[in-house]
Design a protein around this ligand. Sequence first.
Ligand SMILES: N[C@@H](CCC(=O)N[C@@H](CS)C(=O)NCC(=O)O)C(=O)O
Length: 219
Amino acid sequence: MPDGMIEFYAADTPNNRKIAIMLEEAELDYEVRPVDLKRGEQRSEAFLAISPNNKTPAIIDRDADGGALAVFESAAILIYLAERSGRFLPDAARERSQALQWLIWQCAGFGPMLGQLEHFALHAKEQVPYALARFSTEAARLFGVLDRRLAECPYAGGSAYSIADMAIYPWSVLMRAHVEGGGGRTFAHVAAWETQLQQRPALSRGMTALAVASKSPSG
Ligand SMILES: N[C@@H](CCC(=O)N[C@@H](CS)C(=O)NCC(=O)O)C(=O)O
C-alpha cells in the first residue's frame, strides 16, 4: 500500500468532514486543498478534472498503484481510504457487508434527505411548507431507522467502529436536535452513540480540520 500524501479537495461541510475524520482516524498523511464553493470553484475546469460531478469532497492519491488516482463521492473515497489503510472496514464478508450497507444508507438517504431539510428549514429564501413537511417527515423516519439500529448494536455497521459511523456522524450532529425539536421526538440511542464517538480525539480533529476551508449552505 502507498504511504504518500493525499491531496484532499474540500470545503467545510458535513460530506467533507466524513473524509477528514477518516484521514485523521487512519493517520494518513494529507493536505487540504480548499475549494471555495461560494465563489464557484467547484465548477472550474481544473476541479472538474478531479471531480466530474462538480462537488466536494474529492481526493488525489499521487502514489496510487499505476499512477495518480482521483476519487470523488464520499462513500467511494471512504472505501478507498479504508482499503488503502487496511482500517475501519472489516475483512469478514458478513461484517463488511453490514458496514457497507449502512455507509450506502447514509449516502443514498440520510445525507441527501437531511441536506434537503437543512436547505429548506435553515437556508431557503422563501418558506416552502410542502418541501419542509416532506423532508421533515423523511428525516424523522431516517433518524428512527438509525435509532433502532443503534439500540441493537454499538456502531452503525455492527460491533466495530467503521467508515459507516464516520459517514453518518457529521450529518447526525448537525440535524438531530432540529429533527427532534420539530417532531417532539428523541433519538436516545443516536444521542448516546454521538456522545461515545465524541470521546475519539481523531474524530474531533476531523470535525474541525476544515475550518480553514470555505463553508457552504449547500451541505
Ligand atoms: N454525493 C456526494 C455529495 C457531495 C456534495 O453534496 N457536496 C457539496 C458540499 S457537502 C458540494 O460540493 N456542493 C457544491 C455544489 O453543489 O455546487 C458525496 O457524498 O460526495
